[in-house]
Design a protein around this ligand. Structure first.
Ligand code: DLL
Length: 429
């Protein structure tokens, strides 16, 4: 099923026409906004002189700091009375990043999610249990209204309270689970602990996002629940979830291109890269009223491609996020993304899908320790087996990533579990 056939299967020329019109409209709306005015003038860009989508490249990037510097509402481009919702992303230090929505923005948001939910298999027949945290985070409210729009029965369970989560999943016969992949995995684990009979769980689809996950992690989640798991992507600064999502063919996330223009840049030089190359995703909103943003540097590393998908959609697709440019660890000069480590350890015998990376500095040298959870605690009693497992992980990491790491095999269920976004890297340098 395709939610918005006209838009999602529109040919390139048609889509680019919409993009150009909306880009111009967005520029027109902010030409007198203090933050944008100066930047547009400096770049020599005005709504009247934009000729093609390439003109976007004349504009400077917008960074997270721009939002922080204008805390809380300085980036809003409409009068406060027109803002009907506010969200914020927590951030690790200091003030949160605040984002706002007009009524029109909320309608577009629900539309974007309706498309993504439909792509991922959901329909009016489904009961969707939302296990993202409700609150300032965009995840829960974002998915909520889009799922309601398609007519699904929404269960606003929120994150946490895992036993109740499972009970309601059984009693309400939820067919769609919405949350982070790491929380899904945790729910599956608690189901096992409680000895829940799989036939009492009616789940068919999982709509997961908010954090990265590898194909190996997806396979594990699909196997444990017996569902089709798709992922979706977004970030609060440009909307929240709803930027892009996978269809059930699972070959890249379809970007809602009539609302966002995507570019890929070299994160070091800022140069725009040709299609297909891997780099940092940069997003421009072309329908947002309350908080329009030009060329927002997401820090997320991905690549874009355009071929028509087997599902019939023509929209540009982005590959799985390989990591965030600010998450990339440089260990003894080698670039390492936590997702690469996840790919290496998942699927290995005796090893569960839970791990933690600890980076330290000894003198001038970086050291990486990877704590990996065993699936079977009895292995801890067999020194020989432990050594063998340890050696296998070490060798595989070395051959795939070219780095040496200390591997610590730890007891089952001893590493932290997450009900929201997982934090798997501790950098103590
Ligand atoms: O996480 C929005 C969202 C909620 C998307 C629920 C999808 C589902 P923020 O809290 O602002 O917003 O965090 C945005 O999360 O820049 C990525 O680094 C990461 N992220 C989100 N989705 C994915 C994904 C929401 N599918 C940041 N894969 C982004 C990898 C993701 N990373």
């Amino acid at each position: 099923m395709i939610w918005n056939e006209e838009i999602e299967t529109m040919d390139r020329a048609g889509m680019q026409k919409i993009q150009l019109e909306r880009f111009k409209e967005t520029v027109r709306r902010v030409e007198n906004h203090p933050f944008h005015k100066e930047r547009l003038q400096k770049a020599g860009v005005s709504a009247d002189n934009i000729k093609s989508l390439e003109d976007l490249q004349k504009l400077p990037f917008t960074m997270k700091d721009d939002l922080r510097d204008n805390y809380p509402f300085g980036m809003f481009a409409v009068p406060r009375r027109d803002v009907v919702r506010i969200h914020a992303s927590s951030g690790t230090t200091g003030k949160p990043t605040v984002v706002g929505y007009t009524r029109g923005d909320l309608e577009n948001w629900a539309e974007c999610i309706a498309r993504i939910a439909t792509m991922g298999g959901a329909s009016a027949e489904d009961t969707a249990q939302i296990a993202f945290g409700y609150g300032l985070f965009t995840g829960a409210f974002g998915l909520h209204y889009g799922l309601e729009k398609i007519g699904a029965t929404v269960v606003p369970m929120s994150s946490g309270n895992t036993r109740k989560q499972i009970m309601l999943m059984q009693d309400f016969e939820s067919t769609v689970l919405v949350g982070t992949p790491s929380y899904a995995l945790y729910i599956a684990e608690v189901m096992d602990e409680l000895g829940v009979d799989r036939s009492t769980i009616k789940l068919k689809y999982g709509l997961f996002g908010g954090e990265g996950s590898t194909e190996e992690m997806r396979a594990e989640i699909e196997r444990r629940f017996g569902i089709i798991a798709t992922e979706n992507y977004g970030l609060s600064e440009v909307m929240g979830p709803g930027v892009a999502g996978e269809c059930t063919h699972k070959c890249g996330m379809h970007i809602n291109e009539d609302h966002f223009i995507a570019e890929i840049i070299n994160p070091e030089t800022g140069e725009v890269l040709p299609e297909g190359e891997t780099g940092e995703l940069v997003l421009t909103t072309i329908s947002k009223e309350a908080l329009p943003i030009f060329r927002y540097r997401t820090r997320d590393i991905t690549s874009l491609r355009r071929e028509r998908c087997a599902c019939g959609r023509e929209t540009m697709r982005m590959s799985k996020i390989q990591g965030r440019s600010d998450d990339m660890l440089i260990i003894k000069g080698v670039n390492v993304f936590p997702s690469q480590v996840e790919s290496v350890i998942l699927g290995m015998e005796h090893i569960g899908p839970h791990y933690q990376l600890i980076v330290t500095k000894k003198g001038f040298t970086d050291a990486l320790e990877i704590k990996v959870e065993l699936t079977d605690g009895s292995l801890l009693e067999s020194y020989g087996e432990l050594e063998k497992t340890n050696k296998r992980i070490k060798e595989r990491l070395h051959s795939v990533l070219g780095i040496d790491a200390k591997i610590s095999l730890v007891e089952p269920k001893s590493l932290e579990r997450f009900t929201g976004k997982a934090k798997r890297v501790i950098d103590l340098r």
